[in-house]
Design a protein around this ligand. Structure first.
Ligand code: CAA
Length: 390
């Protein structure tokens, strides 16, 4: 039985800051951000968006009534969840009006959470071929104003519908995963900003990719020539390029050129959104599929997932016949086109805005947020979400 990705949705908040303007303000050469790090625009989440609403908006764009009825498992990967107890998946389940006879859980391992979700979904579908699983990767990446990590912030979510007989990509069974206790990036429970040992995190990302790739080759007997493209978790778009470069020497120039060109296409969306942590790998996959209109059905795509701390996994999928008919290219192009630039001053003010933590009531103005699902306020320590379509 084929199991894999049936639909992919994406949502980013409607605001962004231009990286050249941020570089100017920080007295940094803009080329460092746009070339050295590889980011052009950074999504900025208004206070009316959080990990829950971003994910719900991403899923809203792809699910039909049949899907809502068939989904019996919601797996929410996030490292910027809104509650230490209640899962973000339960909120999304309600906001989307899903079948009540469903499981809903949150999964955490830094940027790896959604990949764990996909693998769990695959096992669930193998046991229950009629069901569908909604896997969400949603985050707001925050390091702080004027920090080295600032240029690698971002916000957004990807929603993946996993099913039997998938329309977009079937997942192959070979997969290599590895865990090692490393303090390269972390966020203690008392902090709303992440800490990173930037140099160590870059080194470990590359070391993990090298490790899982070598092991994958030994296990599968396949090599780079068997891949049309390899997509990466992208904390910033230069990162995957740095990891891919050393292994390219294993293959012919033709294959190198193909993988490099497809890598470039797989970074397009991420370059304009920033790091969305758990969703980043899947945003990169989406970027490749939606921006390259001649990727042949039957092509094998590699996926490298990396969650600091750290867990890495390399797995693969095969593009299905007519997969392009099941993408939402126009919807995503419209989403990018409708975004609004904010100045650096406005971005800084939005960054500093916080919700009360003392139980006091706040009502937020959701009229300025074009998203259909928004955070409308907080009352008695309870977040109040609104689906404007209801
Ligand atoms: N023109 C062109 N390039 C320039 C330049 C210029 N004027 N100035 C600098 N550069 C280049 C540098 O040469 C460097 O390139 P290489 O990496 O190819 O050597 C690049 O720009 C970045 O420069 P620095 O290394 O000096 O940058 P930095 O130390 O200020 O910060 C960072 C970079 C470490 C990634 C930092 O943004 C950070 O800490 N980010 C958060 C952590 C992170 O994203 N880690 C990635 C791996 S961890 C992971 O993947 C999980 C996750 O999502 C967080």
């Amino acid at each position: 039985m084929k199991i894999g990705i049936d639909k992919i949705g994406f949502y980013a908040p409607h605001l962004y800051v231009d990286m050249t303007k941020l570089a100017d303000r920080r007295n940094v050469d803009p080329d460092k951000f746009t070339i050295g790090i590889g980011q052009d625009k950074m999504a900025v989440a208004p206070i009316t968006q959080d990990a829950v609403t971003l994910a719900a908006n991403a899923a809203l764009g792809i699910l039909d009534e049949q899907d809502k009825n068939d989904i019996d498992f919601v797996i929410f990967g996030t490292e910027t969840g809104v509650d230490s107890s209640k899962s973000a998946a339960v909120y999304v389940h309600e906001l989307l009006g899903l079948n009540p006879y469903a499981r809903a859980i949150e999964v955490k391992q830094a940027c790896y959470g959604a990949t764990a979700g996909i693998q769990m979904a695959k096992a669930h579908i193998a046991m229950n071929p009629e069901s569908k699983v909604l896997v969400l990767g949603s985050d707001i990446a925050r390091y702080g104003l004027n920090t080295p990590g600032e240029a690698t912030q971002g916000a957004g979510a990807v929603a993946l519908l996993v099913s039997a007989a998938p329309h977009i990509m079937s997942l192959e069974d070979q997969s290599v995963y590895v865990t090692s206790d490393i303090m390269d990036f972390w966020r203690p429970v008392y902090s709303d900003k992440a800490f990173a040992d930037g140099k160590l995190s870059n080194e470990q990302y590359m070391a993990f990719f090298s490790k899982v790739w070598q092991q994958y080759k030994a296990k599968s007997g396949l090599g780079l020539e068997n891949f049309e493209a390899i997509t990466f978790h992208l904390p910033y778009t230069k990162m995957g390029k740095k990891a891919l470069k050393p292994v390219l020497e294993e293959t012919t120039e033709d294959v190198q050129e193909r993988l490099k060109a497809n890598y470039q296409l797989s970074t397009g969306y991420n370059r304009n959104v920033g790091n969305i942590y758990t969703g980043s790998l899947y945003l990169s996959l989406l970027s490749l599929l939606e921006q390259k209109d001649d990727l042949a059905a039957g092509s094998r795509i590699g996926l490298f997932s990396y969650g600091s701390g750290a867990v890495g996994e390399f797995f693969t999928g095969i593009l299905q016949n007519d997969y392009r008919d099941h993408l939402h290219v126009k919807q995503h192009a419209e989403l990018f086109a409708a975004r609004k630039e904010v100045t650096v001053d406005e971005y800084e003010a939005i960054f500093e805005e916080t919700l009360p933590t003392d139980g006091s009531r706040v009502e937020l103005d959701i009229n300025n947020d074009p998203a259909k699902i928004c955070l409308a306020g907080v009352t008695d320590h309870k977040r109040q979400y609104v689906n404007k379509l209801r």
